[in-house]
Design a protein around this ligand. Structure first.
Ligand code: DX5
Ligand code: ZN
Length: 218
C-alpha cells in the first residue's frame, strides 16, 4: 500500500497570487500539487490552462504537477499540458474518445497517466483499463467546483477498485478528490485510498504544518 499523500488543489489557492499558494505547499515539503483544468463543457466552470502550469514552472516550482483534465475532449490537450510541465495527466472515462490510445500518448510524452470517474460512473467503466494507469481518481463530489460536501456513497467504489489492485498485483495510486478533510480522508483511507486531494480544507487550514502532519499519519 502506498503511504498516504496529501495533494493540495491549486483551484482553492489565491488566483491573484498562485505563486504564493504554490510556495505554501513547497514550504511544507509536500511533493505533489493537484491542478484542476476545466473547459466549461465537461464541467460548468472554467479554471486555468497549460500556460498557468508553464508559468509556475518558469517561476521555479519543482512540484509534481498532478493534472486533472475535466475536458470534453481531453485527447486534444495532452501535448500542451505535457509541454507545460505536467508530471501526471488524468483523463475522465465519461466522454467518448479512445481512452487507451490517449493514456498511451500521455506515457509516450514522458508523463504518468491516470483515469478519473465521476460519482455517477460505476467502477466497472474502467475495469479493462486499470492495468494501464499510474493512478485512478475517484471523484467524491460532482466535479466543477471546490467546497462541496463529500459523497460517502463513493466508499464502496474505492473498496472495489482497491480489491482489483490487490487481486491483480497492480501498483496504481488510488486518489480521492472533493470534500476531503482529515475526517473524510480517514474514511477513504480505510476504503483503500492513498492520495488525498484537498482544496478548501488545505488552503483554509490555520495551522498548515499540523494539517499536513495529520495526513502523513492517516
Ligand atoms: C472539483 C475539483 C477538485 C476541487 C476540490 O471539481 O476536481 O480538485 O479543487 O476542492 P475541495 O477540496 O474544496 O472539495
Ligand atoms: Zn481535481
Amino acid at each position: 500500500m502506498h503511504a498516504p499523500l496529501l495533494n493540495p488543489s491549486l483551484l482553492a489557492g489565491d488566483h491573484a497570487n498562485l505563486a504564493a499558494s504554490v510556495r505554501a505547499v513547497e514550504d511544507l515539503k509536500l511533493p505533489w500539487l493537484h491542478c484542476d483544468i476545466m473547459d466549461g463543457h465537461f464541467v460548468p466552470n472554467l479554471s486555468f490552462g497549460p500556460e498557468t502550469l508553464a508559468a509556475l514552472r518558469r517561476a521555479g516550482s519543482k512540484l509534481f504537477f498532478d493534472t486533472h483534465l475535466m475536458l470534453a475532449e481531453p485527447h486534444r490537450y495532452i501535448e500542451p499540458f505535457a509541454k507545460a510541465g505536467a508530471n501526471l495527466i488524468s483523463i475522465h472515462i465519461e466522454p467518448a474518445y479512445d481512452h487507451a490510445a490517449t493514456l498511451a500518448r500521455i506515457r509516450a510524452l514522458g508523463c504518468q497517466c491516470g483515469l478519473v470517474l465521476n460519482p455517477g460512473t460505476p467502477a466497472g467503466a474502467i475495469e479493462r483499463l486499470v492495468s494501464l494507469v499510474d493512478l485512478v481518481l475517484v471523484m467524491t463530489v460532482q466535479p466543477g467546483f471546490g467546497g462541496q460536501p463529500f459523497r460517502r456513497d463513493m466508499l464502496p467504489k474505492l473498496q472495489q477498485i482497491d480489491s482489483w489492485r490487490r487481486d491483480r498485483g497492480l501498483k496504481f495510486r488510488l486518489e480521492v478528490d472533493g470534500g476531503i478533510d482529515f475526517a473524510t480522508a480517514a474514511e477513504c483511507r480505510a476504503a483503500g485510498a492513498d492520495t488525498f486531494v484537498a482544496g478548501t480544507s488545505f488552503f483554509k487550514a490555520a495551522d498548515k504544518p499540523a494539517f499536513a502532519a495529520a495526513f502523513a499519519n492517516l
